[in-house]
Design a protein. Structure first.
Length: 157
Protein backbone atom coordinates (compact mmCIF):
# COMPACT_ATOMS: atom_id res chain seq x y z
CA UNK A 1 0.00 0.00 0.00
CA UNK A 2 1.27 3.48 -0.82
CA UNK A 3 0.99 6.65 1.15
CA UNK A 4 -1.26 9.39 -0.20
CA UNK A 5 0.47 11.53 -2.83
CA UNK A 6 1.40 15.04 -1.89
CA UNK A 7 -1.13 17.59 -3.17
CA UNK A 8 -0.53 20.17 -5.86
CA UNK A 9 1.66 22.96 -4.58
CA UNK A 10 5.15 24.40 -4.36
CA UNK A 11 8.21 22.21 -3.89
CA UNK A 12 10.50 22.83 -0.91
CA UNK A 13 14.01 24.03 -1.84
CA UNK A 14 15.64 20.65 -1.07
CA UNK A 15 13.25 18.90 -3.48
CA UNK A 16 13.98 21.52 -6.15
CA UNK A 17 17.72 20.86 -5.73
CA UNK A 18 17.16 17.09 -5.90
CA UNK A 19 15.19 17.46 -9.13
CA UNK A 20 17.89 19.68 -10.66
CA UNK A 21 20.50 17.01 -9.85
CA UNK A 22 18.63 14.19 -11.62
CA UNK A 23 19.94 12.96 -14.96
CA UNK A 24 16.71 13.74 -16.81
CA UNK A 25 16.68 16.13 -19.76
CA UNK A 26 15.28 19.62 -19.52
CA UNK A 27 12.88 21.05 -22.09
CA UNK A 28 14.18 24.32 -23.49
CA UNK A 29 11.60 26.73 -24.89
CA UNK A 30 12.69 29.23 -27.54
CA UNK A 31 10.84 31.42 -30.03
CA UNK A 32 11.38 30.75 -33.73
CA UNK A 33 11.65 33.51 -36.36
CA UNK A 34 7.91 33.27 -37.13
CA UNK A 35 7.06 33.82 -33.44
CA UNK A 36 6.11 30.22 -32.66
CA UNK A 37 7.42 28.34 -29.63
CA UNK A 38 9.96 25.58 -30.13
CA UNK A 39 10.65 23.00 -27.43
CA UNK A 40 13.96 21.14 -27.41
CA UNK A 41 14.94 18.35 -24.99
CA UNK A 42 18.45 19.09 -23.78
CA UNK A 43 20.96 17.99 -21.14
CA UNK A 44 21.89 20.59 -18.54
CA UNK A 45 23.67 21.33 -15.31
CA UNK A 46 22.54 23.77 -12.63
CA UNK A 47 25.46 25.82 -11.38
CA UNK A 48 25.60 29.01 -9.31
CA UNK A 49 22.00 30.02 -10.01
CA UNK A 50 21.99 29.28 -13.74
CA UNK A 51 21.19 26.49 -16.17
CA UNK A 52 24.09 25.57 -18.46
CA UNK A 53 23.53 23.64 -21.66
CA UNK A 54 25.67 23.16 -24.75
CA UNK A 55 24.74 22.58 -28.36
CA UNK A 56 26.01 23.07 -31.89
CA UNK A 57 25.89 26.63 -33.23
CA UNK A 58 23.77 25.69 -36.25
CA UNK A 59 20.95 23.98 -34.32
CA UNK A 60 17.52 25.69 -34.58
CA UNK A 61 17.25 26.43 -30.84
CA UNK A 62 20.65 28.17 -30.85
CA UNK A 63 19.74 30.17 -33.97
CA UNK A 64 16.45 31.14 -32.30
CA UNK A 65 18.28 32.38 -29.20
CA UNK A 66 20.60 34.51 -31.33
CA UNK A 67 17.55 36.27 -32.79
CA UNK A 68 15.54 36.39 -29.55
CA UNK A 69 17.26 35.48 -26.26
CA UNK A 70 14.00 34.96 -24.37
CA UNK A 71 13.92 31.36 -23.16
CA UNK A 72 12.29 29.07 -20.65
CA UNK A 73 13.24 25.71 -19.23
CA UNK A 74 11.26 22.95 -17.55
CA UNK A 75 12.56 19.84 -15.82
CA UNK A 76 9.87 17.37 -14.85
CA UNK A 77 9.45 13.85 -13.54
CA UNK A 78 6.39 11.68 -13.23
CA UNK A 79 5.77 8.54 -11.25
CA UNK A 80 3.13 5.99 -12.27
CA UNK A 81 1.57 4.42 -9.19
CA UNK A 82 -0.32 1.13 -8.93
CA UNK A 83 -3.65 2.93 -8.55
CA UNK A 84 -3.15 4.76 -11.87
CA UNK A 85 -2.33 8.16 -10.42
CA UNK A 86 0.69 9.98 -11.81
CA UNK A 87 2.16 12.41 -9.26
CA UNK A 88 4.75 14.69 -10.76
CA UNK A 89 7.30 17.32 -9.88
CA UNK A 90 8.64 20.12 -12.01
CA UNK A 91 11.03 23.02 -11.88
CA UNK A 92 10.57 25.94 -14.28
CA UNK A 93 12.58 29.04 -15.03
CA UNK A 94 12.58 31.77 -17.66
CA UNK A 95 14.87 34.61 -18.60
CA UNK A 96 17.32 35.91 -21.17
CA UNK A 97 19.72 33.27 -22.50
CA UNK A 98 23.36 34.09 -23.10
CA UNK A 99 25.40 32.32 -25.79
CA UNK A 100 29.17 31.91 -25.78
CA UNK A 101 31.74 29.36 -26.99
CA UNK A 102 32.54 26.38 -24.79
CA UNK A 103 36.27 27.06 -24.97
CA UNK A 104 38.12 23.95 -23.90
CA UNK A 105 34.90 21.92 -23.70
CA UNK A 106 34.69 22.23 -19.91
CA UNK A 107 30.93 22.84 -19.68
CA UNK A 108 30.23 20.03 -22.15
CA UNK A 109 32.37 17.65 -20.06
CA UNK A 110 30.53 18.60 -16.85
CA UNK A 111 27.16 17.99 -18.53
CA UNK A 112 28.40 14.68 -19.95
CA UNK A 113 29.55 13.58 -16.46
CA UNK A 114 26.02 14.09 -15.19
CA UNK A 115 24.33 12.01 -17.91
CA UNK A 116 26.81 9.38 -19.13
CA UNK A 117 27.98 6.55 -16.90
CA UNK A 118 29.38 3.08 -17.19
CA UNK A 119 32.04 1.72 -19.52
CA UNK A 120 31.54 4.40 -22.19
CA UNK A 121 31.83 7.39 -19.82
CA UNK A 122 35.56 8.09 -20.24
CA UNK A 123 35.44 7.82 -24.03
CA UNK A 124 32.34 10.04 -24.19
CA UNK A 125 33.96 12.68 -21.97
CA UNK A 126 36.94 12.71 -24.31
CA UNK A 127 34.86 12.70 -27.51
CA UNK A 128 32.28 15.29 -26.45
CA UNK A 129 34.90 17.51 -24.81
CA UNK A 130 36.64 17.95 -28.17
CA UNK A 131 33.47 19.10 -29.96
CA UNK A 132 33.07 22.75 -30.87
CA UNK A 133 29.90 23.66 -28.99
CA UNK A 134 28.05 26.76 -27.89
CA UNK A 135 27.14 27.28 -24.24
CA UNK A 136 23.59 28.37 -23.48
CA UNK A 137 23.40 29.96 -20.05
CA UNK A 138 19.97 30.74 -18.67
CA UNK A 139 19.92 32.56 -15.35
CA UNK A 140 16.18 32.49 -14.56
CA UNK A 141 14.52 35.59 -13.14
CA UNK A 142 12.70 33.19 -10.83
CA UNK A 143 12.88 29.45 -10.25
CA UNK A 144 9.55 27.75 -9.53
CA UNK A 145 9.21 24.22 -8.20
CA UNK A 146 5.78 22.58 -8.33
CA UNK A 147 4.26 19.30 -7.33
CA UNK A 148 1.18 17.83 -8.99
CA UNK A 149 -0.98 14.91 -8.12
CA UNK A 150 -4.50 13.97 -7.22
CA UNK A 151 -6.27 16.46 -4.98
CA UNK A 152 -6.30 15.65 -1.27
CA UNK A 153 -9.11 13.39 -0.10
CA UNK A 154 -12.15 15.10 1.44
CA UNK A 155 -11.71 15.54 5.15
CA UNK A 156 -7.92 15.19 4.92
CA UNK A 157 -5.91 17.88 6.61
Amino acid sequence: MRSDPKPIGPLPRDEVERLLDLDVPAHLGTIDPSGHPRITPIWFIWLEGAFYMTSFADKPHVRNLRLNPKASLCIDTEQVLDDGTRPNQQVKGAGQAELFPDDGGNITREITRKYVRGPIAAAELERRGKMIRTVIRLRPRRLVGLRGGPPPKKGAV
